[in-house]
Design a binder for this molecule. Structure first.
Ligand code: HEC
Length: 222
């Protein structure tokens, strides 16, 4: 026997011990005596490699049971859940603290630069606002947005809030905050403000009794 064949037979022996495969040609020895429409069954032993894996999982499960029984607080779904929720909340707070300008609506100011107004105007078409308020903002299903009477309040903060949270239930003005970004809602509000006092082709009659901007005495005399 040369070295190679020794190696092969060693490997074969190892495979044999791990599988306990029954030698070909001697199936008769382990043939069970039932016959299902010609299908017969051999009574093979479970292969040792599989059994060892099974024993390892049993050993590991003993370790887990021990851990769970001795540290009930660490291995408790309710605790794990509340820890995860607390961590998530802390992350949100940290993000808010690091980016206050993204969350504080109290200091929104109307943009007046041309680029932002143009962006707001484009969004007014793109986001289908014109379908209810018309392209010149004169109003149809939705109110006229060029006059100074408001159902939900004028001024950039109120208009931003209406676009974000929507109008009164059932009126048709939905909340857009989940579909339009905060920056874009500010651009839309700024565009609407820039259109104050313009004269649409067929202005819808004034609706709402909140007046903004206030008519100054000088303007009223005009
Ligand atoms: C399906 C029709 C519809 C669409 C689309 C729509 N609106 Fe409205 N909008 C309304 C209605 C109706 C109201 C009045 C709500 C109320 O009476 O509470 C309204 C109210 C408003 C108001 C407040 C007016 C006031 O007098 O207080 C603003 C501002 C406004 N919409 C802006 C927008 C913008 C910006 C968009 C696009 C992102 C938009 N709307 C899309 C129907 C619509």
């Amino acid at each position: 026997m040369n070295k190679n064949s020794e190696k092969i037979s060693g490997w074969k022996r190892f495979m044999k011990s791990m599988t306990k495969a029954h030698d070909l040609g001697t199936e008769e020895d382990i043939l069970l005596d039932h016959d299902y429409d010609g299908i017969k069954e051999l009574d093979n032993v479970l292969p040792p490699w599989w059994l060892y894996g099974f024993y390892i999982t049993i050993a590991i499960s003993a370790f887990y049971v021990f851990q769970v029984l001795t540290n009930p607080d660490d291995y408790n779904q309710a605790n794990e859940y509340s820890i995860a929720v607390a961590e998530g909340k802390a992350e949100v707070e940290a993000y808010k603290a690091a980016n206050p300008q993204l969350f504080d609506d109290s200091n929104i100011v109307a943009l007046t630069d041309e680029a932002s107004i143009a962006k707001g105007k484009a969004l007014f078409t793109e986001k289908t606002c014109f379908a209810c308020h018309l392209a010149d903002l004169g109003g149809s299903i939705g109110p006229n947005l060029t006059d100074n009477t408001w159902i939900l309040g004028g001024g950039v903060k109120n208009i931003f809030n209406t676009i974000s949270k929507g109008g009164r239930p059932g009126k048709g003005m939905i909340a857009w905050e989940s579909t339009i970004s905060r920056d874009e809602r500010i651009q839309l509000a700024s565009y609407i403000i820039s259109m104050q006092g313009t004269t649409p082709a067929n202005p819808k009659a004034a609706e709402g009794d909140i007046i903004w901007p206030e008519v100054t005495e000088e303007a009223a005399v005009e």
